[in-house]
Design a binder for this molecule. Sequence first.
Ligand code: F6R
Length: 619
Amino acid sequence: MCGIVGYIGQRAADSVLLDGLKRLEYRGYDSAGVALLDPDYSSDIQIVRRTGRVANLSDALKPGTNKSRMGISHTRWATHGDVTEVNAHPHSSSDGRFAMVHNGVIENHTSMRRFLESKGFVFKSQTDTEALVNLIAYHYDKETVQEPEKRFYEAVRKSLFHVEGTYGIAVVCKDCPDTLIGARRGSPLIVGVGKGEHLLASDVNAIASRTTNVIYLNDGEIALLNKDNFAISTTSDEGVEAVIHTVDWDTTDAELGNFSHFMEKEIFEQPQALQNGMRGRFADDGSTAMFGGLNLSPSELRLIDRIVFIGCGTAWHAGLVAEYLIERFARIPVEVEYASEFRYRNAPLDKNTLVVAMSQSGETIDTLAALREAKRKGYKTLAINNSVGSSIAREADGGIYQHAGPEIGVASTKAFTSQVMLAAMLALYLGRIRDLSYSDGAAMVEAFKSLPDLVSRTLTCAESIRKIAAKYSQYNDFLFLGRQEMFPIALEGALKLKEISYIHAEGYPAAEMKHGPIALICEECPSVFLATNGEIFQKTLANIQEIKARKGKVICILTENCDMPDDLVDDSVIVPEAHEAIQPILMSIPVQLLSYYIALERGCDVDKPRNLAKSVTVE
Ligand code: F6R
């Protein structure tokens, strides 16, 4: 989603800002822009904006030709107004004194705009952002304080009082070429603390190559930055003691290396990502998992008699797998809710309910709001999250970091399998403080330890999947079918295919097919089956036969000991057979690869699919 980078220091601001914007490209955007301030006060704020890629902006800006040492920049993902240069950020006040970039949604922008128009302010764009930057100019004019920096700060602070909605903003003022202001409510914003320089960003990735010292702003905080110092306060003008965190971020993680796409890289680095997620998380007795950050004792956890997972998209699918695994191994009833529904549904929850937010980015607004709703009602909350210091990680009562490394490709892959693995380890932990036996626990621990190798083995099917993808890439409808834990993997397979190849795909529990979807079966609609060995294999086989009887093509992803009749399926991919706690992870790999190779065959922009953003920070 939209990205923010701000800079004040001694280097060429245009180059620093463009570098930051490039590092945010993966989040998805449709236009980009920069505002630069002249250090000698001699000219107006220079604003350059372009639709399309950051490369277009760079061509227009010619980095290195500008002497500015401070500025703000943005990648926009349209919410209010079309994708045009005029609607791209930064936006300036009608007197040209202020420029601002903004993530989030100002819900009362129409009334703000009407008020400002009645005061003579002139609007150029259709955006909500322009209302706020003009409101800042309005308060600046009214401000009695004369000292420019204080006046600038007060104008921002007072304007934010009137905002209904969410914002992460960076603002500059022509009268204060030594001051950069940022503020947040509901949209992430961090301050990068360097030597003789400070940065603002919506995402650590934008600034990690410059500094690893960051301050995570909380909602309702304002950062006032100069080259050499900073001050954090609340919108009520109370000083805040800022905590500087050191982020553990290897910038090479966010580079492609020898891969063609981040999605490909992230699929192939799953053995390592999973290894990192389980490191140090098994107890010495070899029969259970342990987590440092749950902030709930075993006796508190024993009192939990219901768990609700909340998440969106792929994270919701990981929650569905968690439901099967926790119910099976810990015997605790689990429900899985779309965070966007949960936050407004006012669902009745029993008093001993634990709410677990599942989110790779930790910034998805619906998941964050659902988490807040659960906390407001007094429930204990946990987060399974891949972004250290993210809003969800900080606001949950406790949590489990995924340690899967940055996920840059828009389509989630390694973050999904890592969420599933951690949910399975949580199932083990909860099971062992209840009724799961030592030997069952020990067998699960062994399974987790073997997982990275099994994933590596599964990845060797890539070449055969590439051939299958070439054969099926021209079909426009797919069904993904699986039973039990394979049902969420079917949903995930359909989502992956939709989002990166724009093919219509649906996931169903295999037996549900007879209740409607079977009407779609024909030669033009292939089905992808996920079949594991075990008690329901024969049932899955019967579902495959029903499809074949209707001339449907079948691609089957199956575990190695399945007794599949010769020639029943058109194409198959064999996956190692493993403990049921980790089998869903292994079965996910071929569906990820299938959608990746089909998207390549269709010439799609795999890492930046149309209309999608990596982190959905607006409702
Ligand atoms: C799909 C995908 C999305 C995300 C969803 C939640 O590949 O990535 O469906 O899973 O937007 O994102 P997080 O996990 O960041 O809350």
